[in-house]
Design a protein around this ligand. Structure first.
Ligand SMILES: [Zn+2]
Length: 103
C-alpha cells in the first residue's frame, strides 16, 4: 500500500504492523508515536496529538502521518539494501515479515 495513502487515513507503519492512530487507546498517550523512529513527526509530536488531529479532521494529521510512513519505507529500503550488500537479505526478509505480521 502507498505510505501516503494509508497515512492520510490515519494508518501509520511500525516494525510490528500498521497501527490506526484513531484508536481510543491513543487519546491520552503522550509518548512519541515510535520512539525508535527518527522522522520529524516522531521527534516533535505525541500519539495523543496525532489522534486529536485525525479526530478533528485537521489536515496536519495527514501530513505528519505521511512524513512518518515515507520515512519508515525509506529506512526499510535502506535496510534491505544493506542486507543485500552483506548477503543477509533472506534472513532480514524473514525477520521483517515475522515481526510485521506478528499481531
Ligand atoms: Zn516516525
Amino acid at each position: 500500500m502507498s505510505p501516503a495513502r494509508v497515512g492520510r487515513n490515519g494508518a501509520l507503519y511500525t516494525p510490528h504492523g500498521r497501527v490506526n492512530i484513531l484508536r481510543a487507546e491513543f487519546k491520552a498517550d503522550f509518548a512519541p508515536f515510535d520512539a525508535d523512529c527518527d522522522c520529524y513527526t516522531c521527534h516533535n509530536f505525541t500519539r495523543a496529538y496525532l489522534h486529536h488531529l485525525f479526530k478533528t479532521g485537521e489536515i496536519l494529521g495527514m501530513t505528519l502521518a505521511t512524513i512518518h510512513n515515507i520515512r519508515f519505507i525509506v529506512r526499510l529500503v535502506d535496510n534491505i539494501r544493506a542486507s543485500i550488500a552483506d548477503g543477509t537479505f533472506y534472513e532480514f526478509k524473514q525477520q521483517f515479515l515475522t515481526d510485521y505480521y506478528s499481531k
